[in-house]
Design a protein around this ligand. Sequence first.
Ligand code: NAI
Length: 302
Amino acid sequence: ILSCSFSTSVMSNAIKNVTVVGAGLMGSGIAQVAAQAGNSVTLVEVNDAALQTGLGRIKTSLQKLTKKMSKEEGEKLLDSTLSRIKGSSKVEDSVGQSDLVIEAIVENMDVKHKLFTAVDKAAPPSAILASNTSSLSITEMASVTNRKNKFVGLHFFNPVPLMKLLEIIKTVDTSDETYNAVEEWGKAIGKVTIVCKDTPGFVVNRLLVPLLAEAMRMYERGDASPRDIDTAMKLGAGYPMGPFELADYVGHDTTKFIIDGWHKKFPENPLFKPVGALNKLVDEGKLGVKTGEGFYNYKKGK
Ligand code: NAI
């Protein structure tokens, strides 16, 4: 019932060739789900070593997925998916046939502007351009292109092959035709889509980041411990992870980067005010699960 769609068949299969720029955590996942759904995918990285790392990540992820299948079925899925992904280290040469170009590179507006200037010049006029940014303005990103009506935010969640949600960010310039095409594509690759205006953090992060910050402020005030706040939110609000567990999982550098960026842009908003406990952890290099310590300690034996 959830996947019931009322869109017309006019846009059906409009997007077949997809270029994903950036083969990191998110880009490799996006390339994988697109290829699994039958798209021809070109994956672009800064150099061959980074590309191979990204392709390796896709292979590992597919191998996990195929574990539950028969050997024959698993091999078929692995081979057919990988055969639809080709790599490139030159963005200009990789977008000529693209229906959709998705950017998943470093979270920096200047670097993204440089990329989209090049992509806009090299991609066919019909191609839709999209960013997977978590915290930057889609409108500002699109401003360097000559196709603001064909620019949209496509915000995936980590890990991409497992997380069902796709936030589609429609700016005031995004055309209905563009929106309909990416919505249909989102469903075709197995995601549940929602639409949101171009606002800081879109839906999920706009609610989640202030929640994490407020939990940390609560701890700073000495109102309750991280452990008790997590237990309270899991058992009292039905959250699968408490705010401190989630913040440790996301990485404190990422959360700090997002809050600092929003605070700079919207200094009056109390939800975006810097958080001392968060800044301290980042200063100490305690970034959460990935460094072995954050609010909790993940090192063996502790
Ligand atoms: P990452 O650091 O894992 O990957 C970024 C990749 O982009 C790197 O491999 C880097 O070599 C490559 N790259 C940088 N500049 C490039 C260029 N000019 N051309 C081609 N490749 C280039 O980062 P991650 O986590 O995958 O994030 C990428 C984007 O996705 C960011 O905008 C981030 O805000 C967004 N995002 C991240 C999520 C997460 O949970 N990590 C969730 C949703 C969105």
